[in-house]
Write a protein that binds this ligand. Sequence first.
Ligand code: GAR
Length: 196
Amino acid sequence: MKKIAIMGSGNGSNFEAIVKYFAQKPEMEVDITCLTDDVNAYILTRAKNLGVKYKYLPFEQNGAYFAVNNFDLIVLAGYMRILPEDVLNLGKFINIHPSLLPAFKGKDAIHRAFDAGVKVSGVTIHHVTSDLDGGKIIAQYPVLIGNLTHFDEFEAEIHNLEHKLYPIVIEKLLKDEVFDFSDLLGGCSGNCSGCH
Ligand code: GAR
């Protein structure tokens, strides 16, 4: 049995995608706890609807909580506070960010990337440090922005990609394996003739 905590402050769509992914893989035996620092966050409603354990965990109580609750992995999914080193030392924390880091760190990354006119953006999953959206990169995947791409399409593509990528990367980490592009492309490395 692997224990993971998913921490979010808002909508919780990544949380839901992760829960649904592991529900399809009972052989993985992943035990999920939802943690939020905002009692009004929609992630809590999702946890209740999905029948997942949840807890309101104020930011100031993170240290005390993680000192006595051990997880194989702590997954940040829209957690909007910077965690200090003393808390980060209590577990293995990863985060997802909707840009190709180190570009467009911080809030509103999808808008800022689009407004900057970049032609390739994407999603990054990385280890967490007390530097905002810093930490070593674990996995990245691109999204192309064509000349006719509307913002709403781009945003939807980023979120769809997040929902596919995050569960796979979490599974890899729980199995002590390393993510590669072929894990998302179904056996292809991203360079085959069908990719061009
Ligand atoms: C996601 O797009 C995630 O990448 C972003 O917050 C959103 C949370 O959505 N995180 C950051 O910008 C971190 N700097 P969700 O609550 O629906 O999963």
